[in-house]
Design a protein around this ligand. Structure first.
Ligand code: APR
Length: 245
């Protein structure tokens, strides 16, 4: 029975799908309805900032009503109760891990509830309202240069050095609800394997990189994540009893 000193969990859009937030590449996914080059690249923003802001303002409205689901709650419980460290790296720009109660969450693709000034780089919380062309940067006071603090295609994801350290020091790597089609996140499983971690995929269907995992389980996140967390807790309890004896 295994007791892992550190568990690193990578989450993607499938984690929040049952909270009503769409995925990107499934049938009827967000990228089948919108051209990502127009709304999720620096070039798309430069060409038509209003179109880009409209897209994120619309998505922010959907996010406002979203609630953490059973999968988010299971990971929060794991962090609170597991005898080892539990760290979540998410590609998601929602705050559902935090709403569920997780504290150690690394947002590698930014957060939709934050804005960034394209002029001075200041990042700030959007406590209410949306980003408009008339929004003023609270730091440098420039108007017309505000954008969502999300990482677009062609931009460098956040916290990569910290994530590398977490991968190098994890003993179990779990990937949940991601198609494994966007790098660098898609390469984390390989890095974790090289670091000696056991690797597990929990996804609705086998992802593009499913064969790279030691174990893969298919199903809805709200079903397979709580089940897997239960198994980890059970194994940890048995391992701890063995140590005590
Ligand atoms: N439970 C578990 N997995 C699910 C569920 C569900 N209820 N619904 C869908 N999935 C799976 C899909 O089968 C798919 O493999 O989640 C995955 C979602 O994949 P994508 O839509 O590609 O989302 P993601 O991997 O998070 O995308 C990565 O791409 O567009 C960028 O920046 C964006 O962060 C995003 C990145």
């Amino acid at each position: 029975m295994s007791l892992y000193d550190k568990i690193l969990i990578l989450t993607g859009a499938g984690m929040s799908a049952e909270s009503g937030l769409g995925t990107f590449r499934d049938e009827n996914g967000i990228w089948s309805q919108y051209n990502f080059e127009e709304v999720a690249t620096p070039e798309g923003y430069s060409a038509d900032p209003q179109r880009c802001l409209d897209f994120y303002n619309y998505r922010r409205d959907i996010h406002k009503n979203a609630e953490a689901n059973a999968a988010h709650k299971a990971l929060a419980r794991l962090e609170a109760e597991y005898p080892g460290e539990v760290v979540v790296v998410t590609q998601n720009i929602d705050n559902l891990h935090e709403l569920a109660g997780s504290h150690r969450v690394i947002h590698m693709h930014g957060q939709i509830n934050k804005a960034k000034c394209n002029d001075c780089g200041h990042v700030y919380a959007l406590s209410h309202g949306n980003i408009e062309l008339t929004t003023m940067c609270p730091s440098c006071k420039v108007v017309g240069s505000q954008r969502p603090d999300v990482v677009w295609f062609g931009e460098m994801p956040y916290h990569l050095e910290e994530i590398q350290r977490e991968i190098d020091s994890c003993f179990l790597f779990i990937s949940i609800g991601t198609s494994g089609s966007v790098y660098p996140a898609a390469g984390f499983v390989n890095m974790a394997r090289k670091a000696g971690a056991h690797t597990v995929e929990l996804n609705l269907e086998p992802s593009d990189g499913a064969v790279q995992f030691h174990e893969a389980h298919q199903g809805k996140a709200t079903e397979i994540v709580p089940r897997y967390v239960e198994k980890l807790m059970h194994e940890a309890a048995i391992a701890q009893k063995k140590v005590v004896r």
